[in-house]
Design a protein around this ligand. Sequence first.
Ligand code: ADP
Ligand code: AMP
Length: 218
Amino acid sequence: MAVYIVLLGPPGAGKGTQAKVISEKIKLPHISSGELFRENLKAQTELGKLVQGYIKRGELVPDEITIGMVKERLEREDCKEGALLDGFPRTRAQAEALAQMLAQKGETVDAVPYIAVPPKVLIERLSGRWSCRAQGHVYHEVYNPSKIRGVCDVDGSDLYQREDDRAETVENRINIYFEQTSSLIDYYRSRNLLLEVDGTKPIEEVSREIFLSLEKVV
Ligand code: ADP
Ligand code: AMP
């Protein structure tokens, strides 16, 4: 049986940060829908051109486009043992589409760590975030600085500030999370899959809490 883990939480909760640690430890590919979109934006593919307006404004990309992209990614060879999903699903329709695409392979979502962080902390996190151009490693200028300013510790690539991390877009993204995504907390809780962790603790402590909660699953 393959293992599918969904990381849930608002923008800036630490999903990408934790996904890098978890995916290395449990040897599952980290599939971030945001990263997939950004790769397409960088390469200016048709998909990239189609979604750039939504991303720039901090809005959700329509379900049909997002679901198609993630489905295609999950069908690749490296996902045959499962995947660690970050940023997907973000709507009820996406959650149902995920359940359906896994059911076709006789699989299900196995666990949903939910990284809980209140809105006022999120703004500070996103405004200080620096992301690596090559592989999306994330840093924070105060809470998790890179060893050399502007350079990724892992792969040496440039660090940059995401356009959608600007103050005016951040607020929009957090509001959209509460309007369209936060109901997935109950969706997964009612299916006994939700594992809530306190995301305000330091990065290593959050990792420890997630690993403890996942012990029964992986
Ligand atoms: P998400 O993927 O959920 O949007 P990230 O993993 O990119 O969030 O984290 C957002 C920002 O917060 C980054 O700058 C990251 O370094 C920082 N961060 C992540 N987890 C913590 C934490 N537990 N404490 C403090 N800062 C954190
Ligand atoms: P993220 O890297 O997860 O913060 O995502 C960056 C942006 O990509 C979001 O603000 C959305 O515009 C878009 N995006 C990422 N994942 C999804 C998704 N599951 N559904 C819709 N839009 C998404």
